[in-house]
Design a protein around this ligand. Structure first.
Ligand SMILES: [Zn+2]
Length: 384
């Protein structure tokens, strides 16, 4: 072997080592990025827990009409909602009952609270003495603005009388006296906004897609909602006391339609509150490129932490040390917001910070100037 050959061999082996190092480095990067992706996925695929509560059951039949009981209709619909939602891997379902059994109102809320659920949806049917009322309505917890709402709540709450020691269990609450309902609105305020958001989706779906009569989103004092520590609604699908609505409610087809619209509303709600990734949204929106993105055309994001009727000082000591806090008035509610930025990513991190401090119901909101806009709209203003 002459010197030239030796040199050639050495160069070749150096090259091989070099190549091996490169391969190793490359493999390492691949492993890292897979691991990283996995972490990101694990984070964004945190399960969204939904309690679906079939009202009544067992000895408590609920209302009835034309030979059918509320407890049976609502169980059928709840099981169908469950079947639809089960197709979504990022949703965890929690039932309060899956068969014909008696469960107290408190117990239902406890099931949701123990599971640390993100949402509580209670399904019921209406029934009155007269045949004429019909249509669907969705309730959130609060002060009933009129007698009708109070009557629905009284009727649904009356089932506690079937529970043992109900006076003791519900702190002397008498479901039949209006006085018991005073002060009801003080609870659940933290989640009122989100509860109304879901209630709106449900009523919109029923009205637009099923052409049901819309009796609206309403507030009343329901015991089952009062005890839950999460956004919660109570859906009255329709009136069993109305002949044609009764036919719809007990039919397989009617129940499938209702279940489809309820589950779609839950998905809409989940998407509105738990945005998976900025990229997905941007990809799905018709992005206008070359758009003027100087600051005045850029949306501002905030974390909304509390909505309440009480006006309190917007300072960090009132909000578990979070800073900065700002306050806006919308309708008769004061909304307290944490942080402020044109960057959605920055606000997403701030959202986690707020949740860590115990504001479990916090979510992101966006404004363009003084105008509140959707997150989708706001993200479009971020594109350069
Ligand atoms: Zn009911």
């Amino acid at each position: 072997m002459n010197r030239l050959q030796k040199l050639k061999l050495k160069l070749q082996s150096d090259f091989k080592i070099n190549l091996l190092q490169k391969h190793l480095a490359f493999a390492f990067i691949v492993i890292l990025s897979v691991f990283n992706n996995f972490q990101i996925q694990a984070q964004s695929q945190q399960l969204f827990k939904v309690v679906i509560d079939a009202g009544h059951g067992g000895k408590d039949t609920g209302t009835h009409g034309y030979g059918v009981y509320e407890k049976d209709v609502v169980l059928d619909v709840v099981l169908k909602v469950g079947a639809k939602l089960r197709q979504h891997k990022d949703i965890e379902l929690i039932y309060t009952r899956q068969k014909d059994e008696f469960i107290g109102l408190n117990e239902r809320a406890v099931i949701g609270n123990k599971a640390k659920a993100d949402l509580f949806v209670s399904i019921h049917c209406n029934g009155v003495r007269s045949d004429s009322p019909y249509g669907s309505e969705t309730f959130v917890l609060g002060l009933h603005r009129n007698q009708d709402n109070l009557e629905v709540a009284m009727k649904e709450n009356q089932v506690i009388e079937l529970e043992e020691n109900y006076e003791e269990k519900y702190g002397g609450f008498d479901p039949k006296t209006p006085e018991s309902y005073i002060g009801f609105s003080l609870m659940q305020e933290e989640y009122l906004d989100q509860s109304i958001l879901l209630a709106d989706y449900i009523q919109k779906n029923f009205t637009q897609n099923l052409k049901r009569k819309n009796r609206g989103v309403k507030q009343a004092g329901f015991l089952v909602l009062r005890e839950t520590y999460m956004p919660s609604v109570l859906v009255e699908l329709g009136f069993l006391s109305n002949k044609s609505e009764n036919n719809f409610l007990k039919s397989e087809k009617g129940q499938m339609h209702l279940a489809e619209q309820i589950s779609q509303a839950i998905i809409n709600y989940k998407n509105a509150l738990h945005i998976e990734s900025e990229e997905e949204l941007v990809a799905s929106s018709d992005v206008q490129k070359n758009k003027d993105t100087s600051d005045e055309y850029k949306a501002t994001f905030y974390v909304q932490i509390v909505a309440t009727k009480r006006k309190i000082k917007a300072s960090s000591e009132n909000f578990k040390g979070l800073s900065p806090i700002s306050r806006v008035k919308e309708g008769d509610l004061y909304k307290y917001r944490f942080a402020e930025s044109h960057s959605h990513k920055y606000i997403q991190n701030k959202l986690l910070e707020a949740k860590d401090k115990g504001y479990k119901g916090a979510f992101i909101i966006a404004y363009l100037g003084d105008k509140k806009i959707s997150i989708e709209q706001a993200l479009k203003t971020q594109i350069k």
